[in-house]
Design a protein around this ligand. Sequence first.
Ligand SMILES: NC(=O)C1=CN([C@@H]2O[C@H](COP(=O)(O)OP(=O)(O)OC[C@H]3O[C@@H](n4cnc5c(N)ncnc54)[C@H](O)[C@@H]3O)[C@@H](O)[C@H]2O)C=CC1
Ligand SMILES: O=C([O-])CC(=O)C(=O)O
Length: 254
Amino acid sequence: MIVGILGCGAIASIILNNFLSKDSGIDIKYFYDHDMEKAENLATISDGIAVLDIDDMIDNVDLVLEAASPISVEKFGLKVLKKGKNIIIMSIGALMDNKFRDRMIEAATNNDAKIFAPSGAIVGLDGIKAASIGKINRATLTTRKPPRSLGKLVDEEEILYEGKASEAVKMFPVNINVAAALSIACNLDVDVKIIVDPKVDKNVHEVIVEGDFGQFKTRTENLPCEVNPKTSMLAAYSAIKLLKSLNENFIMGT
Ligand SMILES: NC(=O)C1=CN([C@@H]2O[C@H](COP(=O)(O)OP(=O)(O)OC[C@H]3O[C@@H](n4cnc5c(N)ncnc54)[C@H](O)[C@@H]3O)[C@@H](O)[C@H]2O)C=CC1
Ligand SMILES: O=C([O-])CC(=O)C(=O)O
């Protein structure tokens, strides 16, 4: 499988490192970033190809892995799918807009392509997928991040946001994609609280879901990526695992 990466930052670097010199059947070959130097850096490490024009990447790959921004999904997502190529989307916040999500799904359906949205930095999506067979009544997300992850300077914990996921992804587009993942999986606009807390050094996500199945609560204490503390290591790992699973014959979990 030939893969192209859209967005050559923290997540892309971790993914690439995991696939270097391993015979996985997955060839991460093309790199695109609006900062060409970043694309060139990753291309150099992996003996790949940095492209100036994203079409030169899309035309030559089986799958595009987006790790850039919600805006990049809006800009290039339909183009990828209309060319019949699969896409893995990290910036899931872009898919909170129901109309855009429907257009993406329609493009995928009409062009025999697939959209993959990894579980990212939260745990519990496996359970939510199973739970969604029944009715899900309520879901909440409380995200607690250190000041450097949220670009804030505070001495005491502070609630930065309390409200629905649909607004949260607009106000914090590169910090709360997990709220979109949760909402889409639950088919609810979930209640979100974002707290900046100088007492924590991890990105902590607590999820509570209630429905016909009963109730569960998950808590993830994520180590932030060194180069981009907004982003948790687990998010990059989830994309790596998803990519690998596309070539596997045994699928574990929902
Ligand atoms: N689903 C999840 O659980 C998570 C999702 N994310 C999201 O994944 C994305 C990537 O995260 P990181 O690698 O940490 O970000 P990063 O900031 O380290 O890297 C993003 C790269 O994409 C490039 N880029 C941004 N917009 C672009 C555009 N419109 N066209 C071309 N290149 C563009 C930037 O120049 C940068 O090199 C972000 O949107 C982030 O919010 C991050 C963590 C968890
Ligand atoms: O990586 C994380 O902890 C969560 C995050 O940034 C996001 O959901 O956008």
